[in-house]
Design a protein around this ligand. Structure first.
Ligand SMILES: [Fe+2]
Length: 301
């Protein structure tokens, strides 16, 4: 089915019911067409051929994410991952406190003695979130590549949900909750203070927002209950509870995938969580992911 023109339709405007219904019909019709062959084989991530590029782009247009698998001999170092992103208009990397110098982060278990208790660097489960929800609003993360260099010995599944689907399910049942989540002070992340030094100021913002130019939907979310302040009104509280329940419910829209070595995910910062995993250090099996976060969405989505 043809793709909706978000800039023209404006489906995420709560006052625009006709545009929303048109978009909704297309969105739902496009959901089940790709599930069977979700993983796209690519020979060389740094130089996709036209068919590989089109297959990844189509999945991102319909579901905001694609899973690929490198089948050829082309490299998958950070330079190759950078080149992969550029083919989809992903250029500007988000800087974070712990990224490597090139701003692509190597995610693997780091012993606590090395100075970090940050959950991404442990084997513990990571609850539902979108990346960079604590970033300033003009530095939001809109595109992500996660490339698996080495798989876990067991566990570590990623669960993912397209924010457009979360929006749709919410709007169908409780448009008033959606209005609450679009308030500019719906969700506040308190300042990050370590040893009396403020590393990051408090950051308020909406959960759902719409880019004025493209009409694209962006979601800023974490399911964590500590170090987060929801706006103290009834609908915001109810909406946060609804989202939690939605994410905990198995559905045809929720994608589950355990990355194998050579596989990766490219997405428009969809909702995701990671289950706990185990490395097998004795066998030299240690999960390693490269993660690149961008300020752009995937071009053409
Ligand atoms: Fe994440």
């Amino acid at each position: 089915m043809r793709l909706p023109d978000l800039a023209r339709l404006r489906p995420f405007d709560l006052a625009n019911e006709a545009g929303y219904q048109q978009w909704r019909a297309i969105k739902l019709a496009n959901q089940d067409t790709l599930a069977a062959d979700r993983v796209v084989p690519v020979k060389d991530v740094a130089r996709l051929d036209a068919r590989e590029h089109a297959a990844i782009l189509e999945r991102c247009q319909k579901t905001n994410l694609a899973i690929y698998e490198v089948t050829g001999a082309g490299g998958t170092d950070k330079t190759a991952i950078r080149a992969f992103g550029r083919q989809f208009g992903l250029e500007h990397l988000d800087m974070n406190l712990r990224a490597d110098e090139d701003s692509i982060t190597s995610l693997q278990v780091v012993e606590a003695s090395a100075g970090t208790q940050y959950i991404p660097y442990t084997n513990r489960p990571l609850n539902w979130h979108t990346d960079g929800y604590y970033n300033p609003l003009d530095k939001q993360v809109r595109g992500i590549i996660m490339h698996c260099v080495a798989a876990s010995a067991s566990g570590g599944d990623n669960l993912m949900l397209d924010p457009e689907i979360a929006y749709l399910l919410l709007r169908d049942e409780h448009p008033e909750y959606l209005a609450a989540l679009m308030q500019p002070d719906a969700m506040t992340i308190p300042a990050n203070i370590e040893a009396g030094v403020e590393l990051r100021a408090a950051q308020s913002g909406p959960v759902f927002s719409v880019a004025p130019d493209s009409g694209a939907l962006h979601m800023r979310y974490t399911a964590r209950s500590r170090s987060i302040e929801w706006k103290k009104d009834r609908n915001t509280r109810m909406a946060a509870g609804f989202l939690l329940e939605l994410l905990a419910t198995d559905s045809i829209y929720r994608v589950r995938h355990r990355l194998r070595a050579g596989q990766g995910i490219i997405c428009n910062n969809v909702l995701h969580k990671r289950e706990a995993f185990d490395d097998d250090a004795a066998a030299g099996q240690k999960r390693l992911l490269y993660r690149a976060r961008y300020h752009e969405r995937i071009r053409g989505t």
